[in-house]
Each structure stands twice: as structure tokens, then as C-alpha cells.
Design a protein around this ligand. Structure first.
Ligand SMILES: *Cc1c(COP(=O)(O)O)cnc(C)c1O
Length: 434
């Protein structure tokens, strides 16, 4: 299958091309030319995660990877579970934070890293010379950790991660700035949108891009999104073991760049029974306002306690828009709700009264679900990060201490290796070329 550029439709590349390039010409996003559709959903749901995920992903990647190669990649990448936990009789959380950096981004980042590693090796074999790559990525927190861990120690791939100074928690920062080796981290004077703008500018500088073999590991990279399709199937698979009627399942997705929603829409388009989606945002409400008024008017980014969603110009939105407008999914299967800080905090408390310790991102999604779900719908909300990643906030809301899981305790005592950076593109350019 090919992937085409949503802005410059004539540009078509294979999966390997889309993964290596990240963005197409004119900063267009890649999108599959056809959407695979499964009519054997029950059979798929009965399979174990890795076997099923290979079936889901193969149609997208078969031009570049054999089934055996894909199986090795998926086995390696998805070496931790997605866990569905019931909260009440018609609510469940899909816990996506059991990977090495305790956030859902481990699924996409690990899959992408293994794919790129395979493609760099294949290219080297074919041409007789190794062309090193530079991964340049912006993070509002969890991307940095997931990408750093996924790529740490991979030969011929240099990783440069930018993050907004003072806008992420110390523990979050420690999770990706302490690795060293092929992982370089830049602490940028600005907010996440500034970091994202710097990434975009680097990509449009073709001299820079070619010289250092530039690639982005942001959620604009199609490989990350494809990997994320798999856990929607896993959620429905787990539900199908305890639930007869699968026609009433809705998902509430805590959204920042809307990659997670995009993957969910792919799953629905491929035949997975999902009735509809709620895209939950925090105060950065560009999308809910857009769906209501039809006008795209991003405000400046507001800092919130669900900081991985502090994005006012979500970079995956063109893919969502394309799917809604072209009928790949029914227009109307996505609604969006903005949840404020007070509601977020009171929802963390509400969930703890139900016996579940959550964190602000999941709480935003649960609140949106409580607000939008109607009688007879079964609501699944995504647990995108482990509560301990937001230890300070959760402890202050609940007034009780949280333990640190091993993954966090291990890096908490390590020194931060980042370099400070202005948000001036010339400085970044010089750094990357040095
Ligand atoms: C990245 C992230 C999100 C937002 O996901 P998108 O795919 O960018 O919408 C939500 N919650 C957490 C914890 C995250 O790290």
C-alpha cells in the first residue's frame, strides 16, 4: 500500500518512505491510499495481542516488511500489555501505561524505532553505505520519554528532543534527559507550540534536512499512529470476553495532538465496532470550538495540570478532518468537550472514591464521558499515563502519598543532561549542524 500527502496529493510513498520522511512536501501529512477493512472481526478479536496486531498492520506495511519481519518488530515493540479495568458496570479504563516510560506513547514510539532500525539496515545493505538519521522531536512531556527510551542505543540514529522550559514536571523531565548516548535533549525558552514550530521550520529547511537526515518521531509519523490502532482492537477484544453486545461501545480520548483519536478512527474504519468517539480536551479547546462554530481559531496555549494536552494547534487534525469529510468514518462520530481545571481535579477525587487512582489526563477523559455518554452506551476512556508520572499534582489533589514505580525511581536520582536553547531557529540550526 502507498501513502499519499494530504496537501500535495500527487506525492505518494511506501510505508518505509512515509516513516523515514515523516512529513511530505509543503508539510503535508501522509495518509493511506486505501483503508484495509476486516470482515472477520470476531476471529481477530479471539487472537492474542501480537498475532492480531500483525494482521492489522500487515496491509499497511507489506511493501517494505515481510510478515516475519513485522512479527519480530511487533513482538519486540509490544512487550507489555494494554489492560482494561472496569470502573463501574458501564465504564472501563484502558490502561496504556504499562510500558517502559509509563505512557501510551511507548506503543507508537517503540514500533516506530524498530521499523526505522530495520529500514536503516536495509538501506545500508542495498547501497553499501550507512546513512545516519537524526530524529528531531518536540515534546510536551511523554513523547520525549517514549522516544528517548525507544531509540536509546540504536546505531546510526541520533535523537534530539526539544521541550518547553519549566512546563513539564521534574520527573517527566528526568525520564528522557538522563539517558545520554545517542539521546540529546534541548530545554527551549518557550512553550510546546514554539518547540513544534521549530521542528516544522527545521523540516522546511531542505539543506538542513538532507545534511543530517532529518526525521521526526512526533505523532505526525504514520508508524506511531498505525501502532496505536492495535490497542483499540485489544480493548474491544477484552470487552468481547465479558460482554455480549458490542454495538454500544464509545471511547473517550484525552486529546492533545489528536494522534490517539486518529488511530481510533482508523480502527473504526477498519471494521472494529466502535459506536462513536468523544475527544476530550483541557482548556486548550481549539477543536471543541471548531466543531461547534466551524471556525479554526487557535488561542495561545494555556498551561494546565494535564500538560501533555497543552496544545492549541493539534498537528494530527488534518487527518481527522479528512476522515470525517471524505466519509471514511461517519461525519458526526466525533464530538469534543473541553474540561476545565476544577472539573479535572474533582474528577480525580471522584474516581478515587470509586476506588481508582487516576491522573489529570484520564480524569479529563472520564469527565467528558460522564458529560456526553447517554443511557445504554458503554464508555471506555483511555488511561494515557501512569498516575505516578503526575505524582505532585495527584498527591496534592488527593492529599495522600503515591509510590514511585521502578521505572521512575530508577531515573529520579540521575543528573539532567539537557542543554538550554533559545526559541530562535538559527540557534537550533547551528546546533544541529555542529
Ligand atoms: C500525548 C499525551 C496525550 C495526548 O495524545 P494525542 O495523541 O497527542 O492527542 C494525552 N495524555 C498523555 C498522558 C499524553 O502523554
Amino acid at each position: 500500500m502507498k501513502f499519499y500527502n494530504l496537501k500535495e496529493n500527487d506525492e505518494q510513498v511506501s510505508f518505509a518512505g512515509a516513516v523515514k520522511q515523516g512529513l511530505g512536501k509543503n508539510q503535508g501529512l501522509f495518509f493511506p491510499t486505501t483503508m484495509p477493512k476486516f470482515d472477520n472481526i470476531d476471529e481477530l478479536l479471539a487472537m492474542p495481542l501480537v498475532e492480531r496486531s500483525v494482521k492489522i498492520l500487515l496491509p499497511f506495511v507489506e511493501e517494505d516488511l515481510t510478515e516475519k519481519e513485522l512479527t519480530d518488530i511487533v513482538t519486540d515493540a509490544f512487550n507489555f500489555p494494554a489492560v482494561l479495568q472496569p470502573i463501574r458496570n458501564d465504564r472501563a479504563i484502558l490502561e496504556l501505561f504499562h510500558g517502559p516510560t509509563l505512557a501510551f506513547k511507548d506503543f507508537g514510539a517503540r514500533f516506530m524505532a524498530k521499523c526505522l532500525q530495520a529500514f536503516v539496515a536495509k538501506d545500508a545493505k542495498a547501497s553499501g553505505e550507512t546513512k545516519p538519521l537524526t530524529i528531531l522531536t518536540a515534546t510536551s512531556g511523554d513523547t520525549g520519554a517514549a522516544v528517548a527510551h525507544a531509540f536509546h542505543g540504536i546505531d546510526n540514529i541520533r535523537v534530539v528532543i526539544m521541550y518547553p522550559k519549566g512546563k513539564i514536571s521534574l520527573l517527566q523531565e528526568k525520564m528522557f534527559t538522563t539517558l545520554g548516548g545517542n539521546i540529546e535533549t534541548l530545554c527551549v525558552e518557550g512553550d510546546f507550540d514554539d518547540c513544534q514550530a521549530l521542528v516544522k521550520q527545521s523540516f522546511s529547511d531542505s539543506e538542513l534536512a538532507t545534511t543530517i537526515g532529518l526525521n521526526s518521531a512526533n505523532s505526525i509519523n504514520i508508524s506511531r499512529l498505525l501502532a496505536q490502532i492495535c490497542y483499540y482492537f485489544e480493548a474491544v477484544a477484552q470487552l468481547s470476553r465479558v460482554k455480549k453486545d458490542l454495538g454500544d461501545i464509545i471511547f473517550s480520548i484525552p486529546s492533545g495532538n489528536f494522534g490517539n483519536l486518529t488511530a481510533g478512527l482508523f480502527a473504526k474504519a477498519m471494521g472494529l465496532p466502535i459506536k462513536r468517539f468523544i475527544a476530550a480536551t483541557n482548556l486548550n479547546d481549539t477543536v471543541p470550538r471548531y466543531l461547534e462554530t466551524g471556525e479554526w481559531t487557535p488561542n495561545s496555549t494555556v498551561a494546565t495540570i494535564s500538560n501533555a494536552m497543552d496544545v492549541s494547534n493539534p498537528n494530527n487534525w488534518p487527518r481527522v478532518e479528512h476522515m470525517l469529510q471524505s466519509g471514511i468514518v461517519e461525519n458526526g462520530c466525533v464530538t469534543s468537550v473541553s474540561i476545565d481545571e476544577e472539573q479535572t481535579q474533582s474528577t480525580v477525587i471522584q474516581l478515587s472514591k470509586l476506588g481508582y487512582i487516576s491522573e489529570p489526563h484520564a480524569a479529563v477523559a472520564y469527565k467528558a464521558l460522564q458529560y456526553s455518554a447517554v443511557e445504554g452506551e458503554f464508555g471506555v476512556f483511555l488511561g494515557t499515563a501512569h498516575p505516578a508520572k503526575f505524582k505532585d499534582v495527584v498527591e496534592s489533589i488527593l492529599g495522600q502519598p503515591l509510590g514511585l514505580p521502578k521505572e521512575l525511581a530508577d531515573c529520579a536520582g540521575e543528573p539532567i543532561l539537557s542543554k538550554d536553547m533559545s526559541n530562535d531557529f538559527a540557534d537550533l540550526r547551528a546546533y544541529l549542524l555542529a
